[in-house]
Design a protein around this ligand. Structure first.
Ligand code: KIV
Ligand code: NA
Length: 267
């Protein structure tokens, strides 16, 4: 059996081998993705993807812990990273530690991810010094949708571009072992990747990032509309639609169940 990848192993991938990451929220999906991935991210995107919430803002720590535990149970190779949800870490390093310690203790995951740049540097250093590895997340940070005003690409203006470079450096300097770079103009993703010594994981970033991540339901084609940065590797919603249409017709035409799916008295 494969040994679970460690935080130092992910960090050491920088400049050597691309880091493969997908989101996972449930045990069966974790089992299927695990052998192919280096990290499984239990993203707070589960708010929209699984629960139909309008953004990730309403997601709770209890929701992240429930799904984090399921993904850990469904994997033994990939490093499992759980998103810290909005409101569980921003107040202080102490609040962040309290929340993140619950995540590690109650899920078995090895690391957490939190959104934000220079403003989160002190918190990232505080967690890392106390045994909690942190993945950073800069650029388009969906928990800040109410400040940003939407999900458009970041770093188009000179001032914002420069500030985001500083954010990436601050997060890496604080001790994050990896950095998700989401929804930024490509030159910015490339410059961030060159500027820091831990792997950048792009999503709407650049092929030059040190790794890539996608939301699993997006890449499998579960949704009609997806952001520009998604490549649909499958059209699962169409396949499910066809399968369910066949089932519905079978029920209505009394073609299901057959003798194969029913219990007969023993002779
Ligand atoms: O919540 C999420 O799925 C994420 C990834 C897309 C990076 O944060
Ligand atoms: Na997230």
């Amino acid at each position: 059996p494969m040994k679970r990848l460690t935080v130092p192993a992910i960090r050491a991938a920088k400049g050597k081998t691309p880091v493969v990451v997908l989101t996972a929220y449930t045990i069966r999906m974790a089992q299927i993705l695990d052998p192919h991935c280096d990290m499984l991210l239990v993203g707070d995107s589960l708010g929209q993807v699984l629960y139909g919430l309008p953004s990730s803002v309403p997601v709770s720590l209890d929701m992240m812990i429930a799904h984090g535990a399921a993904v850990v149970r469904g994997s033994y190779h990939s490093l499992v990273v759980v998103d810290m949800p909005f409101g569980s870490y921003e107040e202080s390093p102490e609040q962040a530690f309290r929340s993140a310690a619950r995540v590690l203790k109650e899920t078995g995951a090895a690391a957490v991810k939190l959104e934000g740049g220079a403003a989160m540097a002190e918190t990232i250093a505080f967690l890392t010094a106390r045994g909690i590895p942190v993945v950073g997340h800069v650029g388009l940070t969906p928990q800040a949708v109410n400040v940003l005003g939407g999900y458009g690409a970041r770093g188009r203006g000179q001032e914002e571009y420069a500030r985001l470079i500083d954010d990436a450096k601050a997060v890496a300097q604080a001790g994050a072992f990896s950095l998700v770079v989401e929804g930024v103009v490509e030159p910015l993703a490339i410059e961030m990747t060159r500027a820091i010594d831990v792997p950048t994981i792009g999503i709407g970033g650049s092929v030059e990032c040190d790794g890539q991540v996608l939301v699993i339901d997006d890449m499998l084609g579960m949704f009609d509309r997806v952001p520009r940065f998604v490549k649909k590797y499958e059209q699962l919603s169409e396949k499910i639609d066809a399968a369910v249409a066949t089932y519905a017709a079978d029920v209505r035409e009394r073609r299901f169940p057959t003798v194969d799916q029913t219990y007969q008295p023993r002779k």
